[in-house]
Write a protein that binds this ligand. Structure first.
Ligand SMILES: [Zn+2]
Length: 139
């Protein structure tokens, strides 16, 4: 990726993300940067995630589309650290989905605690799911 972060010099949110006003609405500068650069829209549940872990960064080369949990899992499976700003937007309140369950069973090489922190669930839940104690109905 392009090495340098492009730090947003305008207004920022409390969490450090750049803010940009378009008409009467305010948007995350990183989200706008990603949409402009790729031409792909971001839906309400979609995230513009930072590969560089720098919230004010608006370098499109450091941004990618994604769902928070999917991206966190993707990072782990590639042996990279979890990108906390994206995971944090879910507040750790996320419940498991069938896709999560299938993923954690299909990637036994990823340790319980990494999966747990990515999905915002407890380590014991991950262990149970992998043992087939929970979520038995998911093939
Ligand atoms: Zn960056």
């Amino acid at each position: 990726m392009t090495p340098a972060c492009w730090e947003w010099s305008g207004a920022r949110t409390a969490r450090g993300y750049g803010r940009v006003r378009i008409g009467r609405r305010e948007f995350g500068a990183h989200r706008v940067a990603l949409v402009v650069a790729t031409g792909k829209p971001l839906g309400d549940g979609a995230h513009a995630c930072h590969a560089c872990d720098t919230p004010p960064c608006v370098n499109p080369g450091h941004l990618f589309h994604g769902d928070a949990k999917v991206n966190a899992l993707d990072m782990i499976s590639k042996g990279r650290r979890v990108i906390t700003p994206c995971v944090g937007e879910n507040n750790g309140q996320s419940k498991l989905t069938e896709a999560d369950v299938r993923w954690m069973r299909a990637h036994p090489e990823v340790d319980h605690s990494s999966v747990a922190s990515a999905l915002g669930v407890s380590v014991s839940l991950v262990r149970q799911v992998r043992r087939g104690v929970g979520w038995r109905w998911v093939a």
